[in-house]
Design a protein around this ligand. Structure first.
Ligand code: GRF
Length: 195
């Protein structure tokens, strides 16, 4: 089992999807939030998973210490609203995974988060939107795409209604699958290294 840390800032429905998935390849060993009041922290505690709030000052240094302490190999961003530095990203090259609520390259990049993504999709009048799971590199939402799933847009959708449909039909479905797939690759690599 690959030990993963899930980084969150909000409600944590994607964390819940990861917890509910019956994975043979990943184990959620740690949940970290930059926001003290993130409900996702409570979800972790309810599932007997170590939940940590890390304050703004020296955030990354403290995060790295925490990841080391729990032997974390893969970092999962699940609604994590803080930008990570280049040195952090390079340190965990190909080991940081994120979910974005659109079909990248549409409606993504700097400033596209939360309801804004769905507002823009409705404004543009797309008939299909969806979710994308990708690796994290130095470009916001620019890393290698691992999985995508399309979702229909309805004529009478509000951003809130569309957000919910994208979560239910796409995010909660592909996110655990993609994390599982990445961790399987990491496990395979580990076993090769130790041969
Ligand atoms: C999701 O829409 C995810 O795609 C985006 O942030 C939102 C987090 O929601 N990155 P939750 O905290 O998992 O409920």
């Amino acid at each position: 089992m690959v030990k993963v840390a899930v980084l969150v800032s909000g409600g944590g429905t994607n964390l819940q999807a990861l917890l509910d998935y019956d994975s043979k390849n990943y184990e959620i060993a740690l949940v970290v939030s930059n926001r003290k009041d993130a409900y996702a922290l409570q979800r972790a505690t309810l599932n007997n998973i170590k939940a940590v709030h890390i304050a703004k000052e020296n955030f990354e240094k403290n995060l790295i210490d925490c990841l080391k302490e729990y032997n974390i190999e893969v970092v999962v961003l699940a609604g994590f609203l803080k930008i990570l530095s280049l040195s952090f990203i390079e340190h965990f090259e190909n080991r940081i995974i994120n979910i974005h609520p659109s079909l990248i390259p549409s409606f993504c990049g700097k400033g596209y988060y939360g309801l804004k993504v769905h507002e823009e999709a409705l404004k543009r009048g797309v008939k299909l939107t969806g979710a994308t799971v990708h690796l994290v590199n130095e470009i916001p939402d620019g890393g290698r795409i691992l999985m995508q799933k399309a979702v229909e847009v309805h004529d009478d959708d509000t951003p809130e209604v569309l957000q919910k449909r994208v979560m239910k039909e796409a995010e909660w479905v592909i996110f655990p699958q993609a994390v599982d797939m990445l961790c399987k690759e990491v496990e395979n690599e580990n076993s090769r290294l130790f041969k």
